[in-house]
Write a protein that binds this ligand. Structure first.
Ligand code: GLU
Length: 331
């Protein structure tokens, strides 16, 4: 028995030894969770790409001696506003969130749409997310105003898609009552619902291209409608986080010309109280392996670190990220 306890103790000690920092930049074993979005969107790919780079650094570190003990998972979630709330509660360590909801969460000025989180901190931004209005092939919908009297998916509660759709509805002087039916389907359900004839349209803020949208455009010839009228122009003029953008011709089977719409950025955030060393290592893993990152999803193909630390960030930057950018001379 004594022998057994002794062996167990030795094992524990050995494990502790492995987990302890072995150089200045190293960290004890630490599990982090990154909030993403629906499994067919780009956030899910973003979170999992980041985990992959973190694990790659850990594996390489085992050979070169530059060890960190961070292990990572990036589960599917409801999207931006859910993620922000969970980061505030400490249930998620990091999350991918839309730049518009990052802005309002930090300011705390739209509590009915997103929780006020003054402790929200930015790490970097990722890909642009145009707001897509996707309509059934044979529907006569050619503008946002045409949604009146139609069956429209406004998105599930907790999604950034839903919150941004509501902003657009307000700007057009519309409420859910103006639609024949307003559904609350998830980003994964909505394309099939459109192809099955259960809804006429949905609004979705998402990176380009992605599998979820392709189910509708390539699967049942759904169209993406331009949103560049007076109402959208005023939205973009009035709000710092919106910009006009294009979904290029040829992106999907039915994009036979450029679609012009407004959009936001996908951003990577954490909470003020997250360990500086963890944020530093996560930032480092992404930036040192940016070429690998670009290859992990077509929406990441043109990522540029200089833009990633400048665009779409309205909450203050976390000191752990800032430390890395300063070392690189980027700030
Ligand atoms: N922007 C969407 C949201 O916050 C998620 C998009 C995605 O999953 O890529 O609801």
């Amino acid at each position: 028995m004594k022998k057994l306890i002794g062996a167990a103790l030795a094992l524990t000690l050995a494990a502790t030894f492995v987990l302890l920092p072995s150089d200045g930049g190293a960290l004890e074993r630490r599990f982090i969770a990154i909030g993403t979005g629906g499994p067919t969107g780009v956030y899910f790919a973003t979170g999992n790409a980041i985990c992959r780079l973190i694990h790659k650094e850990a594996a390489e570190g085992r050979e070169t001696g530059r060890k960190h003990g961070i292990r990572c998972s990036a589960p599917s979630t409801g999207g931006s506003t859910y993620n922000i709330e969970q980061v505030a509660k400490g249930e998620l360590d990091f999350a991918v969130v839309q730049s518009d909801w990052q802005f309002h969460a930090f300011k705390g000025d739209l509590p009915e749409k997103v929780a006020a989180v003054p402790t929200l901190r930015t790490v970097f931004s990722v890909h642009p997310e145009p707001f897509h209005l996707i309509v059934a092939r044979d529907s006569k919908i050619n503008s946002f105003a045409d949604l009146k009297g139609k069956r429209v998916n406004i998105g599930s509660p907790g999604s950034g898609q839903r919150a941004t759709m509501k902003v657009l509805m307000n700007a057009h002087g519309m409420t859910a009552d103006d639609f024949r039916v307003a559904t609350e389907l998830t980003s994964t359900e909505q394309s099939n619902a459109l192809c099955d004839g259960k809804i006429d349209a949905y609004g979705y803020t998402v990176g380009v291209p992605n599998a979820g949208v392709a189910v509708a455009t390539d699967g049942c010839e759904a169209r993406i409608v331009s949103l560049d009228g007076e109402v959208e122009k005023k939205l973009v003029e009035d709000r710092p986080y919106y910009a006009f953008t294009k979904i290029p011709e040829g992106t999907y089977q039915t994009t036979d010309e450029d679609v012009t719409t407004f959009g936001v950025m996908a951003t990577f955030v954490t909470n003020e109280d997250m360990d500086e060393a963890v944020v530093y290592e996560v930032t480092r893993a992404v930036m040192e392996n940016i070429d690998d990152f670009r290859k992990l999803h077509p929406a990441f193909a043109t990522l540029d670190p200089k833009e990633m630390i400048a665009k779409g960030l309205s909450a203050p930057m976390h000191p752990g990220a800032e430390k890395y950018y300063k070392e690189k001379g980027w700030m």
